[in-house]
Design a protein around this ligand. Structure first.
Ligand SMILES: *Cc1c(COP(=O)(O)O)cnc(C)c1O
Length: 383
């Protein structure tokens, strides 16, 4: 049986040609050409002054925190529900990870909960644009400015989304992107840090290259730092992808529209929201259902898997994971984050790969509809 994959890229002749050209020519006097072209094209697409290519988004978050001078004694706020990469670098720099609840509609950082978690030690906040969705960035930015908190905008899942006319990633002190093979735009593994701030840009360039100031040819290191650079061959793949950025985003939106047609009328079921001012690039179409339907994401994923359909569980609250078992902030989160603990157990990412066909979306939606109805009927007869 041919399985329906949950994620995967769209690679054309353009990508193959650029990569071949980089492998053959991005050396000697041309070394670095593809990285520079990719960074310029990406900054222009997002609408930021600067873009710095890195080996993954985790590195972009690590560099953001390091460049902002976040360290021991500082607190950084993250939404409780996100991929652990949003939060892990807080520990790398020795700061404390503080969790805030999500908004039940956008599934992103709740501005209200963020405000509640601010202390005199809060140095940064990392709003995440989950599955392409947008948080209330105006409210978050206003709170951050009022309390002098830096904003690291995690747009890893939101390439091409916009909020009040601004592209995702361009609204923070830094914005960070992932080009992992599952993401909308891919370089296999890869990432980007964007910023409008010249000071942060200069600092990041030095921090990502073992403390060498930009342009250094003297091998005379100013400090002990990191080595976080993307290769030219990967940048060539990324350049081709960003040149096709609108096409990639349009296809993601089309995939969402198929599921919307098929599932939009199911009672007790919702898909990714397009909140006020937002245009969603729908990295992954995600379904969330009422607890009353009586089935968990793990059960439903197993039933779909038997039918040849791959899904991913809605991210678990970080505060529920063994990774944060001993964190006192996680203990508070487990008690107080009602939205995170209500949404996460009843959500799945549906197959959203670039290979998905209209017919496959119907098959997925048909099974999902049937399984959810079956679960709620069983639940009623048990009651
Ligand atoms: C994928 C992802 C990351 C990490 O990206 P890598 O390139 O794998 O380091 C960070 N944040 C979010 C929200 C992600 O989905």
């Amino acid at each position: 049986m041919k399985r329906i994959p949950v994620a995967g890229p769209w690679i054309t002749e353009r990508e193959v040609q650029y990569v071949a050209d980089a492998a053959a020519h991005d050396w000697y006097e041309q070394a670095g050409t593809y990285c520079r072209r990719f960074e310029r094209a990406f900054a222009d697409y997002v609408g930021s002054r600067h873009a710095v290519s890195v080996p993954h988004c985790t590195a972009a978050i690590h560099l953001s925190l390091a460049a902002l001078g976040v360290g021991p004694g500082d607190e950084v706020i993250v939404p409780d529900v996100t991929w652990i990469a949003s939060a892990a670098p807080i520990k790398y720099v020795g700061a404390e990870t503080v969790f805030a609840d999500i908004d039940p509609v956008s599934w992103c950082l709740s501005a209200e909960s963020f405000e509640h978690r601010i202390t005199a030690r809060t140095k940064a906040v990392i709003p995440v644009e989950l599955y392409g969705n947008l948080p209330d960035m105006d409210a978050i930015r206003a709170l951050a400015d009022k309390h002098q908190i830096a904003v690291i905008e995690d747009a890893a899942e939101a390439f091409g989304s916009t909020y009040r006319g601004r592209r995702a990633g361009s609204m923070g002190d830094t914005g960070v992107f992932s080009f992992h093979g599952s993401k909308t735009l891919t370089t296999g593994e890869g990432g980007m840090l964007v910023t409008d701030r010249d000071d942060l840009h200069q600092r990041v360039l030095s921090l990502r290259d073992h403390g060498r100031p930009p342009g250094d040819t003297g091998f005379y290191n100013q400090e002990v730092a990191f080595k976080y650079r993307l290769s030219g061959v990967q940048a060539a793949l990324g350049l081709a992808q960003v040149e096709r950025g609108d096409e990639l985003v349009a296809r993601k939106r089309e995939i969402f529209s198929w599921y919307q047609e098929e599932l939009g009328d199911l009672p007790g079921v919702s898909l990714n929201a397009e909140t006020a001012g937002a245009v969603n690039s729908y990295w992954m179409t995600t379904v969330v259902w009422d607890a009353a339907l009586g089935v968990s994401k793990v059960e439903l994923a197993a039933q779909l898997r038997e039918r040849g359909i791959d899904t991913r569980p809605f991210f678990y609250p970080l505060s529920s994971l063994p990774a944060y078992q001993n964190s006192p902030h996680a203990a508070i989160a487990r008690q107080q984050h009602h939205a995170a603990y209500r949404v996460s157990p009843h959500g799945l990412n549906l197959p959203s790969s670039f290979r998905l066909t209209r017919d496959e979306a119907s098959v997925v939606a048909g099974h999902l509809r049937h399984l959810l109805q079956q679960a709620s009927a069983a639940d009623r007869s048990a009651a």
